[in-house]
Ligand binder design. Sequence first.
Ligand SMILES: O=c1ccn([C@H]2C[C@H](O)[C@@H](COP(=O)(O)O)O2)c(=O)[nH]1
Ligand SMILES: [Zn+2]
Length: 165
Amino acid sequence: MIISWDEYFMGVAIFSAYRSKDPHTQVGACIVNEDKHIVGVGYNGMPNGCDDREYPWGRTGEFAEQKYPYVVHAELNAILNASTSLKGCRIYVSLFPCNECCKAIIQSGIREVVYLSDKYAASEATKISKRMFDSAGVRWRRMETELREVPVKFEVSDARDLQNA
Ligand SMILES: O=c1ccn([C@H]2C[C@H](O)[C@@H](COP(=O)(O)O)O2)c(=O)[nH]1
Ligand SMILES: [Zn+2]
């Protein structure tokens, strides 16, 4: 099996998402420069020093008892983790960015967004993101692939024999 660049970078975003402790929506992001080098990855999680076993992961109730005021979004983590300037970069995200991430993406100099899920397309946040991306000239497109899944095997004993593992 040989995967495309888009599949490869989105795969890194999806793999990053598996690190998230969010029980409802795990999100991953992978930022790539014009040389196709990965310069930042991230997932949605609590800020450094905020123990993710102590902070809430719920979606309802009092604001302070919900996850929303605490969690750092995947895109922002990827931007903050980046090792270099993001001017001209592309970001792969497993979920279309919210309006807050949209602003950070625009201001960082990222020029293209490739996304997988648009499950909150009807939300105000997503509509606002699309408007701001369009105004700022940041392209956005859904990931196109025939792939449904990629097998990942950890029991491989010989790295030269991945196909037959
Ligand atoms: O741009 C975005 C939007 C959302 N997220 C994160 C924030 C939360 O942890 C989840 C969304 O939770 P729901 O339960 O689906 O409301 O996704 C993000 O990382 N980036
Ligand atoms: Zn966001």
